[in-house]
Ligand binder design. Structure first.
Ligand code: SF4
Ligand code: SF4
Length: 308
């Protein structure tokens, strides 16, 4: 069913899920593996798969929409390197999708018009540049300052090198973006030495809860998700709603499930991925997790139920 024909669209999809519908709601479109930065711990720019062309992406977006996708997350690599990014965004919007773009913030945000940007941040100043490149942090801050009106969320993947800077990051980016989202690095083979263990992640989640309670910073992780970090590790796979995600790879091959499987076998017992964790809580109808999804997707309240 197309949004618009039945107005409370998310409610409709939720009820369908309850009676066994497993069609995807969100697509993660990896439109390129290429990146203008080459962070040590990142597995994506090391892959050697050719990017599909614009027409192939049009076909993939139409197919995704037919399968039920209503939110499109465009990522890379660095998606803003593709000349046709705005064309792809417009096509997805014309198909009725909400569009998010994940970027490292090195390209002017005003060039493209998604519903919201997710800005990936490593840390403040040197910590950011250490993993990226010298001068990248200043370029990012300039870009954010120039584009105050653009809807954007700061996304921080926590690992051993930046975990001590949580408060600095929250303090610095709260005035610059529309919220801070902390996530935990998945222990891919190439980055497992710097990933936090589940007990460490649990401690960090407790610290984020304390910081969030002060209300000094705009931390948007839900309490429901933060409290779940490190719990029921043996049952993660069973409760992970990764089926809600359609992964579209750079060559437009599609698979429903978890992003990790694009790289290697899942180690669910070590995973506290924020996106799937928040979705799991939202599917239990936790209001704060639903609010998290609303904010990261740039959804107005009325759009949550009355999607056009
Ligand atoms: S900026 Fe992001 S996509 Fe690019 S290499 Fe670094 S982590 Fe990977
Ligand atoms: S690795 Fe994480 S996101 Fe992937 S299926 Fe397991 S629990 Fe879910």
């Amino acid at each position: 069913m197309r949004p618009g024909r039945f107005k409370p669209y998310y409610l409709y999809r939720f009820l369908r899920w309850k009676i066994g519908d497993r069609s995807p709601l969100t697509a993660v479109a990896k439109i390129t593996n290429k990146c203008n930065l080459q962070c040590d711990h990142c597995p994506w720019w090391k892959r050697d798969i050719e990017d599909a062309n614009t027409q192939e992406w049009f076909t993939a977006l139409e197919l995704a929409r037919k399968r039920g996708v209503i939110q499109l997350i465009i990522e890379g690599g660095e998606p803003t390197l593709r000349e046709d990014l705005e064309v792809l965004i417009n096509r997805a919007k014309a198909l009725g999708m909400l569009v998010m773009v994940i970027t490292n913030g090195t390209v002017d945000l005003a060039k493209f018009h998604p519903d919201s940007y997710w800005i990936s941040v490593e840390g403040v100043g040197e910590t950011h540049d250490k993993n990226r490149k010298e001068g990248v942090f200043d370029r990012l801050v300039d870009n954010l300052n120039k584009n105050r009106d653009v809807n954007k969320t700061t996304c921080v993947t926590l690992h051993k090198y930046n975990v001590s800077e949580i408060e600095d990051i929250a303090s610095f980016f709260s005035p610059l973006t529309n919220g801070i989202w902390f996530n935990f690095m998945y222990p891919y083979e190439g980055s497992k030495d710097i990933a936090l263990s589940p007990p460490e992640q649990k401690q960090v989640a407790e610290k984020i809860i304390r910081l969030k309670r002060t209300e000094k910073y705009d931390i948007i992780n839900s309490y429901s998700y933060l409290r779940s970090v490190g719990k029921s590790m043996d049952k993660k796979r069973k409760h992970c709603p990764s089926f809600l995600t359609l992964l579209i790879d750079v060559d437009t091959t599609m698979r429903q499930g978890c992003t990790v499987e694009q790289i290697e076998d899942c180690k669910c017992e070590l995973c506290n991925a924020g996106c799937y964790g928040e979705l799991a809580q939202a599917m239990k109808l936790k209001p704060d997790a639903i609010n998290f999804l609303k904010r990261t997707m740039g959804l107005d309240s009325h759009k949550l139920f009355w999607l056009n």
